[in-house]
Design a protein around this ligand. Sequence first.
Ligand code: 13P
Length: 250
Amino acid sequence: MRKKIVAGNWKMNTLPAEGVELAKGVAAGRAEVCSCVNFIVCPPFTHLWQVVETLKGTDIAVGAQDCATEAKGAYTGEIAASMIAALGCKYVILGHSERRQYYGETSATLNRKMEQAYANSLTPIYCVGENLEEREAGRHFDVVKAQIEEVVFNLTAEQFADLVIAYEPVWAIGTGKTATAEQAQEIHAYIREVLRSKFGAAADECPILYGGSCKPSNAQEIFAKADVDGGLIGGAALKAEDFLAIGKGF
Ligand code: 13P
């Protein structure tokens, strides 16, 4: 049985007090959702520690949205994986399309970030996904395959056993356009096949999340698909009620 996960990527939203309120709201309603669902929230760095404190004693995990390629030292403005882990975070999102697109993250960068995450016992939520042009040209399978081969294939079997993948088609992020449940299943199954070619049966244990305009009204249909193990949620994760309702989609 693969883990069912609903992760909220808050992106560059919420001030500390708002983030704490949001976390409290998620914690308050958590019991209404099956305990089989693993909730993760990923606030901005500035209030990671406050959210960790707020969620202490709950089963809601906290993750960061990125980490540095280096362990420590003269890298102004960067946040090391060790710093994130020291706060009590368990996860780190890596390779989000916004980081690939706006901050020039490449597979070479991401290989180093993945190493840092594992060296500090953080579970990476590794994001893959094609843009609209690539989808329209029918290249989405190749794009996603390359994003996996260039990074995930460098992991050891032990590291791979502690990985979450998020498939997020760029054309569906923040656009209100969702991939259909069939489109999600098709590419999730393909991702699993690619993973199986390298890691064998362990691929069947790897949670693959869907992300891109996922909301309470479409989560159920998408999560019902065999190879969709949950969601990485942007906009709808900013309202506790919606975030929790997505968890009820299983
Ligand atoms: P939206 O849910 O706002 O489309 O964002 C998805 C996303 O990028 C999560 O990482």
